[in-house]
Write a protein that binds this ligand. Sequence first.
Ligand SMILES: O=C(O)CCC(=O)C(=O)O
Ligand SMILES: [Mn+2]
Length: 216
Amino acid sequence: MRDLFDDRADGQTRNESLGVGAVLLRGFCVDVEEEVLAALRQVADAAPFRRMTTPGGYIMSAAMTNCGSAGWVTDRAGYRYDAKDPESGKRWPAMPPVFLDLAMRAAAEAGFEGFLPDACLINRYEPGAKLSLHQDKDERAFDSPIVSVSLGLPATFLFGGLRRRDPQQRVPLRHGDIAVWGGPSRLAYHGVMPLKDGEHPTVGRRRLNLTLRKAL
Ligand SMILES: O=C(O)CCC(=O)C(=O)O
Ligand SMILES: [Mn+2]
């Protein structure tokens, strides 16, 4: 097995440590990007992107949808996972096999063997959209890592520590990169800076993010 910090087999990309249990896998998704984007279109067709409301009444700037047996939702009643899309009343679309396979391979590369996500939140950022500093803590347990896939326009990821006030690294996320954090970093604060305008050759004027988690 390759060491966590070795060059990838293609020699073009490198894994970058973000801390203990946290790593950025540069370009890890590039080989399967077409399949991932095609599956994503099917998910968004069945469960369209929507901008959800926070418990405080703020409309999030990123639009979201989900696939898998549980979907992350927010409204005035709170943050939670729900088996059904509240817009349609139907179950979220099934997790496409290409998402599952990619997430399992990325987790294993980061040292988390046996990751089996049941939830995939899909975030769509248009220029100006952001995600404030937060922890992913609506899951039932924190023993599985988070696998976060970036597609489209580049963004600046803020990756901090276990306390909100801990200093944050500013990490450029590009098309095809996958960030994985778990173990001692599982509850690290993180966020996304407002997206800069641009045009990505295949994804267009937006950034898409897949966040795969074991929620249930
Ligand atoms: O878009 C990203 O890179 C991060 C998404 C995220 O942190 C989340 O959905 O909880
Ligand atoms: Mn998050």
